[in-house]
Design a protein around this ligand. Structure first.
Ligand code: NAD
Ligand code: DAU
Length: 371
C-alpha cells in the first residue's frame, strides 16, 4: 500500500478538493503533509478550509496561491516541499461556462495539466515511489441512451468544451505513463454533491434559489439523467485509488444512483418544505405572487446546447479491485446537503457576492503576504 508523505493537492480550495483535504485529515490514518496549490478563481474559497488551517496550518497543511499554468513557481513548490505525490483537482469545472467561454478551460484544464506533468517528471526523474493522480469525469465518455453504462474501456466521446478539455488531459496523463514511465492513476467520476458546492451547479443552485424565492430553471424537458455521488464517498474512492490503485490504470467512480433532473429538483423542494417550511421562510414576503410551495418556483427554460442525455457509471472495477463502494444513499446525502446550506447562509452570501474575496484579503493577505 502506498502512503504518500508530501501531497500536492491542486484545486484544494474548490468543492471536491476542499472536501478531500477534510477527508484525508479527519477520516484516514494519513500522517503526511498537504500542500494546497490553488489560484483562487471565482470557484476557489479558502473559507472551506478554515478549520483545517486552524488545526494543521503551517505544520501539516500549507497553502500556495499559484496558477498551475505558471511553470517556475510550480517547480519551486516541488522542491520546497519535496513533493512525492500529486492529486490534481484544479480545473474549470462548469459545463455552461465552457459553452460561453471555452478559452479558460483549454488553458487551465489542458495546458495546466501539461505544465504540472512536466514539473512532476522533471522533479521526480525516474522515481517509481511517487504518484500523479488525475481527477477526471464520466463526461469524457459522452452521452448514453436509455440503457447501458460507461466502462473504463468505453471510447471517449466528449461533447462540450469542458469534457473535451478533460478528455484531452486524460490522454496527456496516460501518455506520460507509457512514454516516460511516470507512475499515474486516473479516476473518472460521476456528478458529486454535498457541502461547499458552488451554487452554479444544479443541486446547490436549486437549494439556494428556492430558499430565496428565485426561479428554479430546469433545462429542456428535465428528463436528462445524472448518476449522483455524495462527495465524501468520492473522496474515499480517490484515497483508495491513490493507496492501492494499479499504476497506469483508470478507475470509474459512480453513485449507482441515476435520477432525472426533475426528480432531483422535486426532491429538494420536498426536503425544504420539511426542513425549512415556506410558511416560516423569512424571505417569503419577497417571493413572487402565487407561490404556495417551493415546487411552484420550477421554471422550464431553453435547453443547454449539446446537453448530454444520460450518464451512468459502471464501477465494478473499483469495487472488486479496491473494495470501495458508495456508502451514502441519495435521499440521505441530499438531506445532509440541504441541511448544510440551511446552516451556512453566510458561506452562500460570501460566495455569491464576492464578499469572500474581501474576507480572504483581510484574513490571509497580510499573514501570507498575498495581495
Ligand atoms: P471547482 O470548480 O469547485 O474547483 C476548482 C478549483 O480549481 C478552484 O478552487 C479553482 O480556484 C482551482 N483552479 C482552477 N483553475 C486553476 C488554475 N489554473 N491554477 C490553480 N488552481 C485553479 O471544481 P470541483 O467541482 O471541485 O471539481 C474538481 C475536479 O473534479 C475538476 O477537475 C473536475 O473536472 C472534476 N470532477 C468534478 C465533478 C463534480 O461533480 N463536481 C465530477 C467529476 C470530476
Ligand atoms: O458528470 C460529472 C460532471 O458533473 C463534472 O465533471 C462537472 O464538473 C460537474 O459540473 C457536473 O456536470 P453537469 O453538467 O452534469 O452538472 P450541472 O450541475 O451543471 O448540471 C446537472 C444537470 O442539471 C445537467 O443535466 C444540466 C441540468 N441543469 C443544470 C443547471 C445548472 C439544469 O437543468 N438547470 C440548471 O440551472
Amino acid at each position: 500500500m502506498f502512503w504518500p508523505k508530501n501531497v500536492l493537492v491542486t484545486g484544494g480550495a474548490g468543492f471536491i478538493g476542499s472536501n478531500f483535504i477534510h477527508h484525508i485529515f479527519k477520516n484516514s490514518s494519513f500522517q503526511g503533509r498537504i500542500i494546497n496549490v490553488d489560484v483562487l478563481t471565482y470557484a476557489g474559497n479558502l473559507e472551506n478550509l478554515v478549520e483545517i488551517d486552524r488545526s494543521y496550518g503551517n505544520s501539516r497543511y500549507f497553502f500556495e496561491k499559484v496558477d498551475i499554468c505558471d511553470t517556475e513557481p510550480l517547480q519551486e513548490i516541488f522542491k520546497k516541499y519535496n513533493v512525492d505525490s500529486v492529486i490534481h483537482f484544479a480545473a474549470e469545472s462548469h459545463v455552461d461556462r465552457s459553452i460561453y467561454g471555452p478559452a479558460e478551460f483549454i488553458r487551465s484544464n489542458i495546458q495546466g495539466t501539461f505544465i504540472l506533468l512536466e514539473a512532476a517528471r522533471k522533479y521526480w526523474q525516474n522515481r517509481k515511489d511517487v504518484l500523479f493522480h488525475y481527477i477526471s469525469t464520466d463526461e469524457v465518455y459522452g452521452s448514453l441512451g436509455e440503457t447501458g453504462y460507461f466502462y473504463e474501456h468505453t471510447p471517449f466521446d466528449p461533447r462540450s468544451p469542458y469534457s473535451a478539455s478533460k478528455a484531452s488531459a486524460c490522454h496527456l496523463v496516460k501518455s506520460y505513463f507509457f512514454t516516460y514511465g511516470l507512475p499515474v492513476t486516473i479516476s473518472n467520476c460521476s456528478n458529486n454533491y454535498g457541502p461547499y458546492h458552488f451554487p452554479e451547479k444544479l443541486i446547490p443552485l436549486m437549494v439556494t434559489n428556492a430558499m430565496d424565492g428565485k426561479p428554479l430553471p430546469i433545462y429542456g424537458d428535465g428528463k436528462n439523467i445524472r448518476d449522483w455521488l455524495y462527495v465524501v464517498d468520492h473522496c474515499a474512492a480517490i484515497l483508495a485509488v491513490v493507496k492501492k490503485g494499479k499504476r497506469g490504470e483508470d478507475y470509474n467512480i459512480g453513485g449507482e444512483s441515476e435520477k432525472t433532473n426533475v426528480e432531483v429538483v422535486t426532491a429538494i423542494c420536498d426536503i425544504l418544505e420539511e426542513m425549512y417550511p415556506l410558511k416560516d421562510n423569512p424571505k417569503r414576503v419577497n417571493f413572487p405572487a402565487g407561490i404556495k410551495e417551493y415546487k411552484d418556483l420550477i421554471t422550464y427554460v431553453k435547453d443547454r446546447p449539446g446537453h448530454d442525455r444520460r450518464y451512468a457509471v459502471n464501477c465494478d472495477k473499483i469495487k472488486e479491485e479496491l473494495q470501495w463502494r458508495p456508502e451514502t444513499d441519495f435521499p440521505e446525502g441530499l438531506r445532509q446537503t440541504v441541511q448544510w446550506y440551511i446552516d451556512n447562509p453566510g458561506w452562500v452570501e460570501h460566495v455569491r457576492s464576492g464578499e469572500y474575496k474581501k474576507w480572504l484579503n483581510q484574513n490571509y493577505g497580510p499573514r501570507r503576504g498575498q495581495p
